[in-house]
Design a protein around this ligand. Structure first.
Ligand code: BES
Ligand code: MN
Ligand code: ZN
Length: 490
């Protein structure tokens, strides 16, 4: 897809569609007025007929301009309330517009009356690139219906250099997010832990990152016994993945980004019922975010050292599978009583978090499709954030707010901690049904020592069972943009 900046009037730019944003209840003025006047009031008439008022998420297509302006059609798109307008609105508009037009047109021109502040082009084009994502790899008539080739921004307020920069940045963000989406969407028979490790080493190679991959023997030798236990019921060997981004100048700060990489979660011996097992290819969503982030960081080159850590295996039911009542000697010396083999994410994360502590990092952030309870609490569109350091939690929450990924903090209620006390080991891997997202985080807390740590439970937003207004069906790449923002400030 090509992005072009034009200073010509939108009335004169030739494209399949002219896209015009309009606030809720806005009086026609400026560009919209001149288009509407040229079209002899057709936009206004159609809006009234269809009760289109400019709500965000709504749009209205005028199917023909009868040659009165250079574009063949006009799409009016709602920007919602003016008082609530942000760059997140523009990203959403980009997503919505491209979904509406990609199958019917090859070029579109955006009038940028409302979008000529710094970052506006970025927001719209990011939306356009994210919104045109499709996963067609396994359809034999793989031909996408997507016809879009050219997006033109009409503005005389935007500098060409700024425009190019913002488009480039949008491409990087979208490519990184779409990498995470692709990985989540891959079927589990293809995306095994070894395959995930191959992708990781390719990301490292492309970006000039250091890459270490531990195979079964290395994982065993190092005593990563969480991975050993969870992977024991599978024919597929586990992998521990460690990518490092080293800034050119000596740095004051090191951050670890840790991802849960369960490439399929059957539940293990505590087998999931079929309806819950389906979609469990998404259980490596956290690790997909780590790889998306590392891909972007290699290009953005922030002044901070970043370790990307992934604990990856399958959770299966083979004859050697770990069992309820087992006791695992964790990497940091603590002992874990297995209550439920389906609470496997926290068990493999115990290795990755303790390993991060050994790397003497200043902050740890982990992302994991960890609990159904988090989805029960917050719904499918919002991730839960927990941790041991309010300042770090605030940083993550602020980053997510600014990029438009929804997160909400859950309380680490001291009274709940008793739930994961064990009578035979130091801790157990599951509490009662109540507060399940929080007790999972409390389990993880045992492996981060004194390091400031934030945990993001992405069980809900990592994967959509249906296409939603702002998300594709399947993997969403949720978290990639938040973590890039947190690491780079961009
Ligand atoms: N991968 C699941 C959590 C999950 C559920 C993610 C639904 C996305 C959608 C996790 O490994 C799991 O099975 N958690 C259990 C924990 C329980 C056994 C303590 C759960 O949430 O039921
Ligand atoms: Mn599970
Ligand atoms: Zn899981």
């Amino acid at each position: 897809m090509e992005f072009i900046l034009s200073t010509e009037s939108v009335l004169k730019i030739k494209a399949d569609i002219l896209v015009l944003g309009i606030f809720k209840g806005q009086k026609y003025s400026g560009v919209i007025k001149s288009v509407n006047d040229t079209l002899k009031g057709a936009l206004k008439d159609l809006s009234e007929e269809e009760d289109f008022e400019g709500d965000l998420g709504k749009s209205l297509m005028l199917s023909s301009t009868l040659g009165k302006i250079a574009s063949k059609r006009v799409l009016l798109v709602g920007l919602g309330e003016k008082a609530e307008f942000t760059q997140n609105t523009l990203r959403k508009v980009g997503i919505l517009v491209i979904k509406k037009i990609k199958n019917i047109s090859s070029s579109a021109v955006f009038s940028s009356e409302v979008s000529s502040s710094p970052g506006d082009v970025l927001a719209v084009s990011e939306g356009v690139l994210l919104g045109s994502y499709e996963f067609n790899k396994y359809k034999t008539n793989n031909t996408s219906e997507n016809k879009i080739e050219k997006i033109i921004f009409s503005s005389n307020k935007i500098k060409a250099a700024t425009f190019t920069q913002e488009i480039e940045f949008a491409r990087l963000i979208a490519d990184s997010t779409n990498l995470a989406r692709d990985l989540v969407n891959e079927p589990p028979m293809y995306l095994t832990p070894s395959k995930l490790a191959e992708v990781a080493s390719q990301v490292a190679k492309d970006g000039g990152l250091k890459c270490e991959i531990f195979d079964y023997a290395e994982i065993e030798k190092r005593g990563m016994n969480g991975l050993m236990a969870v992977s024991s019921g599978s024919e597929e060997p586990p992998r521990f993945i460690h990518l490092t981004y080293e800034p050119a100048k000596k740095t004051r700060k090191t951050i670890a980004v840790v991802g849960k990489g369960i490439t399929f979660d059957s539940g293990g011996l505590c087998l999931k019922p079929p309806d819950s097992m389906r979609t469990m290819k998404m259980d490596m969503g956290g690790s997909a975010v780590v790889l998306g982030v590392m891909k972007a960081i290699a290009v953005l080159k922030p002044q901070v050292r970043v370790h990307g850590l992934i604990a990856s295996c399958e959770n299966m039911t083979g004859g050697k599978a770990y069992k309820p009542d087992d006791v695992i000697n964790a990497y940091n010396g603590k002992t874990i009583e297995v209550i439920n083999t389906d609470a496997e994410g926290r068990v493999v994360l115990s290795d990755a978090l303790s390993y991060a502590v050994e790397l003497k990092v200043d902050e740890i952030v982990d992302l994991a499709t960890l609990t159904g309870a988090c989805m029960v609490g917050l719904g499918s569109y919002t991730a839960g954030v927990m941790g041991n350091d309010q300042k770090l939690i605030d940083k993550i929450r602020n980053a997510s707010d600014s990029v438009g990924e929804k997160t909400w903090q859950l309380p680490m209620d001291d009274e709940l901690r008793a739930e994961i006390k064990s009578s035979v080991a130091d801790i157990k891997n599951a509490g009662s049904k109540m507060g399940g997202a929080i007790t999972a985080a409390m389990f993880l807390e045992n492996f981060v020592g004194d390091v400031p740590w934030a945990h993001i439970d992405i069980a809900g937003p990592a994967f959509m069972e249906k296409e939603s207004l702002w998300n594709p069906i399947g993997g969403t790449g949720f978290g990639v943009r938040t973590i890039i923002k947190y690491l780079s400030g961009k």
